[in-house]
Design a binder for this molecule. Sequence first.
Ligand code: SAH
Ligand code: SF4
Ligand code: F3S
Length: 481
Amino acid sequence: MAKVLDIESKRTQTLMAKDVATAKTPEAVPVNPNAKKVFIKTYGCQMNVYDSQRMADILAPIGYAPSDSAEGADLVILNTCHIREKAAEKVYSELGRVRKMKEDRLASGGGEMTVAVAGCVAQAEGAEITRRAPVVDMVLGPQTYHKLPEMIARLARSNDEVLETDFDTQEKFDELPIERDVKGFAAFVTIQEGCDKFCTFCVVPYTRGAEVSRPVDQIVAEIRALAAKGVREVTLLGQNVNAYHGKAPAGSIEAEYGLGELVKHVAKIGGIDRIRFTTSHPRDMDEALIAAHGDETKLMPYLHLPLQAGSDKILKAMNRGHTYAEYRDLIARIRAARPDLALSSDFIVGFPGETDEDFEATMTAVREIGYGSAFSFKYSIRPGTPGADLPNQVPEDVKSARLSRLQELLAKQQTEFNQSLIGKTLPVLVENVSAKNDGTVFGRAPYLQGTHFAAGPETVGQIVQVRITDAGRNSLTGELA
Ligand code: SAH
Ligand code: SF4
Ligand code: F3S
């Protein structure tokens, strides 16, 4: 613990030194802790959730305390998602509301409110954001938020808009503080970022840049610090998490670790009892990772492995790099290693050129594989991706009809899967006592379902055995075993 704190204080000094060096007017940097408030609103994937937490960690040493609302905040950051059109548009409507708050605050003598747009919309749209929404003072891409203190200082100096959209992912990893302000017993840890796959529907390779893996020692230091604060479950994050190939730990005979080796290494950290990872790509499931599902008991038996579509023609047009048969065989191998494994997936309906027959192949695939849960979306044209220029775009009403059929099937499978757990005893990580104050607690089962059962507050933070007595589509009910 002392070591961790030591690293943290060095990190704080680095940030301040950097500010002073670039700002030339050190007094521009707020020094009074808690003097200012930052509100961060997060859209999109788990990596954005992680990034938002880390932005808060980076801002704390320069005097920003987190706030639960934009009202009264000195700094408002929207951490945005560009994955589908609706996700991106939400940001502009939120900016309309923020503008009103900023004006009201100024009018009531409450002072300035700095507005920043971070995340994937920031990366994709850059200066277009300040053109469309002049209320925005700062635009920062997902690989630049370690520069926030410097950007704030720059803004204070010149009052010109600040735009940062570099792709130095390695530098970002190196600059992240080890220590985190963490709540609860489960935490995300980014281990890899960016994507080299270029699926033809997807913006991520353009918004997150090339694949970069964090060195093992850096990841371990962060997880140790989390464990010291009571965290028992970590979810290792990456846009292509199983493409992970990070620098092996100091003293190791190997140069790099893959995800299978990393999982085993993380499992040795005292206090960490559960490990998950997301999101994987079927092409990167190697033997070591498959084997880890069989012999690493801390690795949860729940794998998110997106298939996207069941038709080989569509998989090819999407540039997924595998056929449906290859996916099905892969699943059989992972299930052989870990028989109680449950699966989840992402699906896209209405990709350009998808016929009724292609869509039926997706339905067949879902029936054959059987999912514990899944996300499904209508294809959304993303400007600049190859899919946007393809002929035979599918009409909106056809996409909607396909999506409801698919979602009906997936909902049925999810309910059936949850009901198949009735009578079984599962380990549940207890997160909190029920808000109803009725002598029950809430936790997560290995398959991530929220689980409710009668138990005292002393179980919070523990992993307890729970016999499942009832199950709905989204949650389980049980009793202490
Ligand atoms: N890296 C992950 C996915 C990241 S995006 C992977 O390779 O699977 C999360 C999900 O959003 C994708 O799996 C896909 O199903 C969906 N998605 C991405 N782009 C989309 C688009 N243009 N339209 C609809 N859904 C999309
Ligand atoms: Fe997007 Fe494909 Fe990369 Fe996943 S693998 S982030 S879907 S380009
Ligand atoms: Fe969205 Fe960017 Fe994540 S586009 S899904 S926030 S990687």
